[in-house]
Design a protein around this ligand. Structure first.
Ligand code: 3VV
Length: 211
């Protein structure tokens, strides 16, 4: 198996998507490396105050990279971003990288560190980034290897305390109930013993015509 890519180094990703063998056919380690490099750029740019000359030079370099990649535009069915299931964040550079420690089909426990890219202000993680983390984490549990595909119908997030950036947090999600097509899932984000945010989501399993 290809070594998992953690943009910040360390951690072990027992990506729960590996159970979906049919969906690992887009494995592209070189692309996952590209996505990891982009995550690093997002992170560094968010925290930097470079001299104007260097900003101009870097903008030109990034423009050149975009020019090189643009001719390889494909439709959704062929894209590899978001489908690198052996890698942190699946090669989807929007997502905060979660290192999954345990997953038993009903519940997942992992760790996440929000970097400067996710800063709202005043040292706090942007609330939208926390909601994104929950949508994806709860969504992964809803869409486990043996489950039918499900979409978020609602996601209720409570922000109990400031969520700090640059600190390893634990994150958890577990199925509360399944009623027909409706899967209720709860989530928590913790700084040590303290719950800094929690979520409750409804995921609705799709009918054949909705896939
Ligand atoms: C692409 C291929 C890739 C290959 C690899 C795949 C791997 C994927 C990789 C990685 C995934 C990781 C995980 C990501 C997770 C992210 C998930 C998202 O963010 S999804 C995007 C945001 N959500 C939407 O865009 C939904 C938009 N809404 C809808 O599509 C529909 O409203 C839907 C499907 C949710 C429900 O519509 P209906 O027509 O099917 O069903 P009705 O009859 O309306 O509802 C069914 C039951 O649910 C209740 N319900 C529906 N919505 C509700 C709501 N908002 N509040 C309360 N109840 C609700 C209803 O009352 C009904 O309940 P009663 O059966 O009568 O008891």
């Amino acid at each position: 198996m290809t070594a998992p890519l953690d943009p910040r180094g360390g951690g072990v990703d027992l990506n729960i998507w590996l159970g979906r063998d049919a969906e690992t056919d887009h494995d592209d380690p070189a692309f996952a490396r590209l996505a990891g490099a982009l995550v690093r750029v997002q992170e560094v740019v968010s925290g930097a105050r470079p001299p104007p000359g260097l900003s101009t030079e870097a903008a030109t370099t990034l423009g050149r990279v975009a020019d090189q990649l643009e001719p390889y535009d494909v439709d959704e069915a062929a894209q590899v971003a978001g489908r690198q299931f052996r890698h942190f964040s699946r090669g989807q550079t929007l997502l905060p990288a979660v290192a999954v420690d345990t997953y038993d089909g009903q519940r997942v426990d992992g760790r996440v560190t929000f970097g400067r890219f996710y800063l709202g202000s005043n040292g706090a993680v942007h609330g939208g980034a926390i909601s994104l983390l929950f949508d994806d984490l709860l969504g992964q549990v809803a869409n486990g290897p043996d489950a039918p595909r499900a979409r978020t119908a609602y996601l209720h997030v409570n922000f109990h305390r400031i969520t700090p950036i640059g600190v390893e947090l634990s994150c958890h999600a577990g199925i509360r109930t399944v009623e027909g097509r409706k899967v209720h899932i709860d989530g928590e984000l913790c700084h040590g013993e303290e719950v800094v945010a929690s979520a409750e989501g409804l995921f609705v399993r799709l009918e054949a015509h909705q896939l």
